[in-house]
Design a protein around this ligand. Structure first.
Ligand code: S3P
Length: 426
């Protein structure tokens, strides 16, 4: 149990961690590129270390020194068969994107994960890869890990994505890298585009036209120097904390400002948050900016299904903000939240109701009637890092002492979060 007392305000400069999605990709693409990839500001979190371990087991030399990583890539066909099953812990991004790479190898391999990951849907990736010729087996016809992948010759496909998911899109594009010809993925709503941006940097023959992405297979990648922007998902907990606690003022440098990820900033600004964006620039093909946040008065808004992909990981902390905003917030079409590390609609709703927030859920739509204050309570992380961090911020605003179970899971995306928070809490 971790104890949280009400805070007066948050103040100071926040030292963030590198972006999780971009860190994963830098290691993956570096491993299948030719030559050295040097990564700065790598997210040294459990999920990203799962990606590092997976490639180490496939014969790639990866040296980690704090947040600096050097990957000695061996080219598209340089991976070697691992000695046993590859365990990727809690990391959905690792498992789903690796499937695309492994499908086109000349060896067989088994991927396993922890209990949470083993209950998350995989056929969204397995089915399109099977259309490409991949041979993948798993529980319930490939819906759940462990997954056994038999390396096969892949053919290109044109795939219309039924859901908006960057993990699925990326996995098919990586499969496409191993197919002869051009593979195309078409989305209805654009999901995060880090794969597209970074694969281009590494020299892939990749074209983005509107909502369609095409990649030409068998093009060699070249190792790169990558500087990872700071994680906007990690930043969002502090942004909401500073917004809710009167008199707060915080600053954050080089935060990812990619439009496929900035839905949280748009929504919070629409709700009345004081967020200033400064010094926009580009870092390794990704837009970044500095952020300054002062406390503000929030009011409720409507979040439509088209907005969801750009803020999918931030809905938990937006639910906390909405619980303390004036009036009603409605979040529509949040179905994907049900298949994250835990069912986040359920985990957040259960916890926030314990704090006496006014929330109702109908299907996958969430309605929150904001209150003036939340009450301290006993809370549960459900082993989910984003539920834990969101509820810790909620508890900082509540009179009295709250407790939350299992905060160790925070290390999955943001080791150091609690110390950083302590440093800026007044
Ligand atoms: C991610 C994509 C998102 C996100 C996850 C990371 C990625 O998942 O929730 O935390 O790095 O591509 P989906 O693509 O399944 O929506």
């Amino acid at each position: 149990m971790y104890e949280i007392r009400q805070a007066r305000k948050l103040e100071g400069e926040v030292d963030l961690i590198g972006d999780k999605s971009i860190s994963h990709r830098a290691v993956m693409f570096g491993s299948i590129a030719e030559g050295e990839t040097r990564i700065k500001n790598f997210a040294n979190s459990q999920d990203c270390l799962s990606t590092v371990d997976a490639f180490k087991q496939m014969g790639i030399d990866i040296n980690i020194d704090g947040d600096r990583v050097i990957v000695l890539g061996k080219g598209l066909l340089g991976l070697k068969k691992p000695n046993g099953p590859v365990y990727v812990g809690n990391s959905g991004t690792t498992m789903r994107m690796l499937l695309g790479i492994l499908a086109g190898q000349s060896f067989d391999c088994t991927l396993t994960g922890d209990r949470s990951l083993s209950s998350r849907p995989m056929s969204r990736v397995v089915n399109p890869l099977r259309q490409m010729g991949a041979q993948i087996d798993g529980r319930e016809r490939g819906e759940f890990a462990p997954l056994a992948i038999k390396g096969a010759k892949l053919r290109p496909i044109v795939y219309d994505m039924p859901i908006s998911s960057a993990q699925v899109k990326s996995s098919i594009l990586l499969g496409g890298l191993y197919a002869d010809g051009i593979t195309t993925v078409r989305e209805k709503v654009r999901s995060r585009d880090h794969t597209e941006r970074m694969l281009k940097l590494f020299g892939a023959d990749l074209k983005v036209e509107g909502l369609s992405v095409s990649i030409k297979g068998r093009t060699n990648l070249k190792g790169q120097d990558i500087e990872v922007p700071n994680d906007i998902s990690g930043a969002s907990f502090f942004i909401v904390g500073a917004t809710l606690l009167k008199g707060s003022g915080i600053k954050m440098k080089s935060v990812l400002y990619n439009p496929t990820r900035t839905g949280v900033l748009e929504v919070l600004r629409k709700m009345g948050a004081n967020i200033e964006i400064k010094n926009e620039k580009t870092l390794s093909a990704e837009p970044v900016c500095d952020l300054e946040v002062l406390s503000g008065e929030l009011h409720g808004i409507e979040i439509t299904p088209e907005m969801i992909p750009s803020l999918i990981d931030e809905i938990p902390i937006i639910m906390v903000a909405a619980s303390l905003a004036k009036g009603k917030t409605v979040i529509r079409g949040a179905k994907e939240l049900r298949v994250k590390e835990t069912d986040r609609i359920k985990s957040l709703t259960t916890n926030l109701i314990r704090m006496k927030a006014q929330i109702s859920v109908e299907g996958d739509d969430i309605t929150i009637n904001g209150s003036k204050e939340l009450q301290a309570a006993d809370l549960q992380s459900y082993g989910d890092h984003r539920t834990a961090m969101s509820m810790i911020i909620a508890a900082l605003t509540a009179k009295g002492v709250s407790n939350i179970s299992d905060v160790a899971c925070i290390d999955i995306s943001f080791p150091g979060f609690l110390d950083i928070l302590k440093n800026i809490t007044r």
